[in-house]
Ligand binder design. Structure first.
Ligand code: ATP
Ligand code: MG
Length: 565
């Protein structure tokens, strides 16, 4: 825990300190990637509790993923110690669930209701036909809620019940929302119900990282914060602490005149003159691109093992502090389909990987069947062991020639094992809290099951990478048709292209020290090998910021990356 008293905000710069220490009222922090938004948020809560005697239980911090909530709680605990446990740190979905659990009968449910899993959902859908009102009534009759209702149902209940709404509004006098640019209509309605127009709502975000409109998010809520909340104040953070100067410059050019923030600024706080340029590789095919990634990872991490071996030391970082390990590296891509080639190239090179998407956990093959079995199995022993033994049994049944209803829901034994792998980090976090694990699975995304400490290269969709950072990032598939994404015969609208550009911006800004971008001249898509062009988004970046890794030119000696090729 940090020193008590003064010094709490010493680790913030001047503007972050202003943002962390303002008094109450509605407050919007507009800040680009890597400017310390999440860091400022945790310090703000710690400052209020420690210096202004705000009770930790009066604070509600909302994030978009379970993983982000865990990270926030962890950082808060470092700053505040045990009182951090009293702060409610949650996702919108878990918050909705908690509100429903307080008074289930007011929403047409009874105690012990559950979030419908995919089999229950499909069965009810099939019985209800196209009629959405019946569907919902049938769910209620079965004491179930749909995931999509976790926020809208409490909103409807609070809107219909003034006393309940007054209670809910009094519950958390201090509300904090990270990634506010991605709130949707229901989440916004819930915030309006929980917080009066002049209340202590602390919203933090970056409109240029608004990438979830396909799920109903609307950046307009961010842009009109000043109209919605009385006397709202605004603080901007512009110093990027995350990325090297060439990466910050490339990111600034990539968003450039398309930025949704007037007079956007991004100043690199890190000014290392030795910082490598952005590696750019033009591959012939997707397989060639995957080989490039595998070779580069091998070379980057190979340096680590050789150096540690030569020095006869176990802790390679003590010998070479800038050394790279597998866990320091991420490969990011626009569509999940791109991962297969990368996974197999890395597997051939014996490089460990963990792959996650932004899809809902419950939609992943095998997960629902596994959870159902886990629910049915009698308790005893910690959750990770129970999960593995249930998985073993289910996989054994999947391998049998006669499929029963349960194993039919998980198609193959392999899917069961990959579902077990996916859920194990969540089970470890929850220890023996089965109800907690069920909530995580019902409401979470695959990326929630990311293990940040795993000694493996992380493979993620760009959507799932939001808010995260790695020393080394490969942004693959920078091609027209993937970035921006385009379906055959379908020209994306201007709004969609703008969002794709923001996604590209999010990808670039995940990298701390080294960024590689790559594109293939030919890729298998929509059932055929197709010729492709580099992404038009690359054109916005000054060619002097790139280090071409695919030509035969002599390498600039200052650039360590070039050695590899
Ligand atoms: P994103 O938009 O991607 O979510 P963010 O604005 O939330 O980014 P953080 O994740 O809080 O940024 O911070 C980015 C990195 O910069 C982290 O590694 C953080 O520790 C570091 N950082 C932030 N502020 C400072 C500071 N004042 N001094 C040193 N490092 C800092
Ligand atoms: Mg953040």
């Amino acid at each position: 825990m940090e020193e008590v008293g003064t010094g709490l905000l010493d680790r913030l710069d001047a503007m972050q300190r202003v943002a962390a220490s303002v008094h109450g009222g509605p407050m919007l922090i507009v800040a680009g990637p890597g400017t310390g938004k999440t860091r400022t948020l945790t310090h703000r809560i710690a400052y209020l509790c420690r210096e202004l005697d705000v009770a930790p239980q009066d604070c509600l911090a909302i994030t978009f993923t379970r993983r982000a909530a865990d990270e926030l709680r962890h950082r808060l605990k470092d700053l505040l110690g045990d009182p951090a446990d009293e702060v409610t740190v949650t996702t919108f979905h878990s918050l909705g669930l908690a509100l429903l659990r307080q008074h289930p009968q007011r929403s047409g449910l009874v105690d012990g209701f559950a979030v419908a899993d995919d089999v229950q959902r499909e069965q009810t859908r099939a019985e209800a036909g196209d009629d959405d009102v019946r569907y919902r009534t049938m769910l209620r009759g079965r004491n179930l809620v749909d995931l999509d209702e976790l926020v809208s149902l409490p909103v409807a209940t609070l809107n219909a019940d003034a006393d309940l709404a007054a209670d809910a509004r009094a519950r958390w006098p201090w509300i904090f929302v990270d990634e506010y640019q991605d709130v949707d209509a229901d989440q916004y309605a819930l915030l309006r119900l929980l917080c009066p127009p002049s209340g202590n709502l602390y919203a933090i975000g970056d409109p240029d990282q608004a990438i979830y409109s396909f799920r109903g998010a609307d950046v307009e809520y961010f842009l009109r914060f000043g109209h919605d909340f009385t006397d709202a104040r605004q603080v901007r953070l512009t110093r990027n602490y995350r990325s090297s100067a060439p990466i910050v410059a490339a990111a600034a050019q990539a968003i450039g005149p398309w930025s949704l923030v007037r007079d956007r600024r991004m100043d690199p706080a890190r000014l290392d003159p030795e910082a490598p340029l952005i590696g750019r590789y033009a591959a012939a095919t997707a397989a060639d691109e995957a080989e490039f990634v595998a070779r580069a990872v091998d070379e980057l991490v190979g340096g680590l093992s050789h150096r540690s071996f030569d020095a006869g030391r176990v802790d390679a970082r003590a010998v070479a502090p800038d050394a790279v390990s597998f866990g320091d590296i991420a490969v990011l891509y626009r569509t999940d389909a791109q991962a297969a080639a990368i996974v197999s190239a890395l597997a051939r090179a014996n490089i460990p990987v963990q792959k996650r998407s932004h899809d809902r956990l419950r939609d992943r093959a095998g997960v629902s069947a596994l959870i159902r079995e886990l629910r049915l199995a009698s308790g005893g022993g910690p959750l990770p062991e129970r999960l593995q033994s249930v998985g073993r049994e289910l996989a054994r049944r999947c391998a049998m020639p006669t499929l029963d209803g349960v194993s039919a829901a998980a198609v193959t034994a392999e899917q069961v094992w990959s579902a077990v792998d996916l859920l194990l980090p969540l089970a470890r976090r929850r220890r023996d809290d089965l109800a907690g694990l069920l909530t995580d699975v019902a409401t979470g995304a695959e990326v929630d099951a990311l293990d940040p400490r795993a000694e493996a290269v992380t493979l993620l969709t760009l959507h799932a990478a939001k808010g995260l950072e790695w020393p080394v990032v490969f942004l693959v598939g920078c091609e027209d048709g993937l970035l921006p994404l385009r379906m055959p015969g379908d020209e994306p609208s201007e709004g969609l292209v703008a969002e794709e550009r923001r996604l590209f911006f999010v990808g670039i800004t995940r990298a701390r020290n080294q960024l590689y971008v790559s594109h293939a001249a030919q890729r298998f898509r929509f059932g055929a090998e197709r010729q492709t062009r580099p992404s038009p988004f690359l054109d916005a970046i000054d060619s002097g910021l790139f280090n071409r890794l695919d030509d035969a030119q002599p390498r600039a000696p200052r650039d360590r990356q070039l050695r590899m090729f």
